[in-house]
Design a binder for this molecule. Structure first.
Ligand SMILES: [Zn+2]
Length: 119
């Protein structure tokens, strides 16, 4: 399942950036998901919750940040959201376009509570 392997990669990334002893303090993990990334947000959240249950990351919550598909037209220079997966400029109909966003799938932010000071 696609979303399961993505959820596993996210857990790997968290482990890379957060010290083992601070893992239980992770509360929010923002993930940018482009409109064309082919990811079902609900399914990703579900899989993430499933694989972190009963682990030090059980308090971590996935926050999906949707990123729209945006193109820039090489012909007229317009920046637009085509509203579908086909990169045609809605303004002039040009097909020479550059994709500015919409394909990303990346962990943007890992929020960790301040560790409690030892008395
Ligand atoms: Zn155009």
């Amino acid at each position: 399942m696609h979303e399961l392997s993505i959820a596993e990669s996210i857990v790997d990334i968290i482990h890379q950036y957060v010290e083992e002893k601070h893992l239980p303090l992770v509360h929010d993990v923002s993930v940018k998901v482009g409109a064309l990334a082919g990811v079902v947000p609900d399914s990703l959240e579900f899989n993430f919750a499933a694989i972190t249950a009963d682990t030090p990351l059980q308090n971590a919550r996935l926050r999906i940040v949707p990123v729209p598909f945006v193109i820039r037209c090489n012909e007229c220079g317009a920046t637009s959201e085509p509203g579908g997966p086909i990169a045609i400029c809605p303004r002039c109909g040009g097909m020479a376009t550059k994709t500015l966003s919409g394909t990303e799938l990346q962990v943007a932010e890992i929020e960790v509570n301040e560790p409690e000071e030892a008395p």
